[in-house]
Write a protein that binds this ligand. Structure first.
Ligand SMILES: Cc1cc2nc3c(=O)[nH]c(=O)nc-3n(C[C@H](O)[C@H](O)[C@H](O)COP(=O)(O)OP(=O)(O)OC[C@H]3O[C@@H](n4cnc5c(N)ncnc54)[C@H](O)[C@@H]3O)c2cc1C
Length: 418
């Protein structure tokens, strides 16, 4: 069996793995990325949030994608019946990016991976990790390529960025109970023949069918749009078994978008992913760390996946570099505690979305502008900025605001002040 040695082996060439690889390579560390598929490949996770721009920039990857022409995303719209809640990232609390992109991930991930290769990073595609053994100071990973040949890779450290591949979570039995109740999703792409011009045809929109059930519309700059539903697992039982017929039935339940997509060509049979939320018992161990989706996934409602994947990928890379330089790293404090801080904020917002509390705030007819700015900063991904009360007191503040809303008389509601 062929054998090679690297300082750091990264599993997965998604945004998390490439951000880690790019950072470490720039610091002079020998990295190798192994990726089981061949790019371009489809991936879900197409609506970014502004905070991920910070990570792409720091990893030296932003310049390579900024002129590609992805659809710019300046905010998001939520619709429920006649109610509309709209957020504009330029009107958020605090510093940070006020725009980002809506991206077909096949293109986005390929651009990132190509940029990494251009920098000189070794990415082996069509190479699946099939086994890993940890010894006291090193790990040996076995990869299998498309021809069925095996190779051994020795590494001082492994960054598991394998997303839903969940390589180490499965190998080391780290799977844990998810933070969010059992939800599934079904999605596809369409080619829009009659897309409205202007904001209506470019703005990401979430249509709420029921407190627990919602739909996304993500228009891309290439005329293709992503459509998807997220709901409790049992909601899907009321539709036909065949995914295309089921999807049509779901589109029929929409209020705002009903009829808009009826005649459009579906580009692939709708894909269903069950039990989307993921969690693990530990995020690091001797010689390894988990980043991105391989570590945790909450829910797509606030488009936080790629932001979390790149934040954790970047931080893990910095700590791996520190450790390889002979400095002590307190992985619990420097990695887990920091990452969990952000995840816990998002987790509160996702949970309060599904209790209906956050929807009450978002759809308030006359929102308090200061509160809206602070919530907008959270939706932009700035979940580590503790100067924002909607970050720092996330576990209480949404409930408190809802209590005030519930006490409002119709007169107050009209003039507002929640
Ligand atoms: C329904 C749904 C909708 C979503 N919508 C959004 C959204 O709008 N915005 C957002 O930011 N996020 C969204 N997400 C989350 C988003 O998909 C992920 O958070 C993001 O892709 C994670 O990036 P990653 O780099 O961790 O993993 P990935 O992008 O999944 O990359 C992991 C890579 O590892 C490779 N791999 C897996 N196993 C192996 C193996 N054994 N050997 C080698 N390679 C392997 C895979 O082929 C893959 O390329 C959504 C998720 C779901 C389920």
């Amino acid at each position: 069996m062929k054998k090679e040695n690297v300082d750091v082996l990264i599993i997965g060439a998604g945004p998390s793995g490439i951000v880690s690889a790019s950072y470490l390579h720039t610091q002079g560390i020998k990295v190798k990325v192994v990726e089981k598929s061949v790019f371009p490949r489809f991936s879900i996770g197409e609506s970014l949030i502004p905070q991920c721009m910070d990570n792409l920039e720091e990893a030296g990857l932003l310049d390579a994608i900024k002129d590609y022409g992805f659809q710019k995303k300046f905010g998001a719209r939520f619709i429920k019946g006649k109610e509309i809640g709209e957020f504009d990232f330029s009107d958020k609390y605090g510093a940070g990016w006020d725009w980002t992109w809506q991206v077909p991930r096949a293109d986005f991930d390929t651009l990132l991976a190509r940029e990494a290769q251009r920098k000189g990073i070794d990415i082996e595609f069509a190479a699946e990790v099939v086994d890993i053994t940890f010894t006291s100071s090193k790990s040996i990973t076995i990869i299998k390529n498309k021809q069925g040949d095996f190779k051994k890779i020795g590494a001082d450290f492994i960054i598991d960025a394998s997303g839903f591949g969940r390589v180490l979570a499965q190998k080391l039995q780290l799977e844990a109970k998810p933070q969010i109740a059992a939800h599934s999703s079904i999605f596809t792409h369409i080619e829009e023949s009659n897309r409205p011009t202007g904001k209506e045809g470019t703005q990401i929109t979430f249509e709420v069918l029921d407190t627990q059930v919602w739909f996304w519309y993500i228009p891309f700059s290439n005329g293709v749009s992503s459509l998807g539903f997220v709901a409790p697992n049992k909601w899907f039982d009321e539709f036909e078994k065949d995914p295309s017929s089921a999807f049509k039935g779901m589109l029929n339940k929409l209020d705002y978008y009903k009829k808009r997509f009826d005649k459009e060509k579906i580009l692939f049979p709708p894909v269903k992913v069950e039990n989307i939320s993921k969690n693990v018992t530990q995020l690091f161990g001797d010689g390894y760390v988990l980043t991105g989706n391989s570590a945790e996934f909450l829910d797509p409602v606030f488009s936080s996946g790629v932001s979390f994947a790149t934040s954790s990928g970047l931080l893990a890379a910095k700590l791996v570099q520190k450790q390889l330089n002979g400095l002590a790293v307190d992985w619990q404090k420097e990695y887990v505690d920091h990452i969990k801080k952000g995840v816990n904020v998002f987790s509160t917002y996702v949970k309060e979305w599904y209790t209906g509390n956050l929807q009450k705030i978002i759809f308030h007819p006359n929102p308090n502008p200061e509160i809206k700015k602070q919530i907008c900063a959270v939706l932009a991904g700035y979940v580590w900025d503790e100067s924002n009360p909607f970050v720092k007191k996330h576990d209480r503040i949404l409930k408190n605001v809802v209590r005030l809303i519930d006490m409002e008389s119709p007169e107050v509601k009209k003039n507002n002040l929640f």
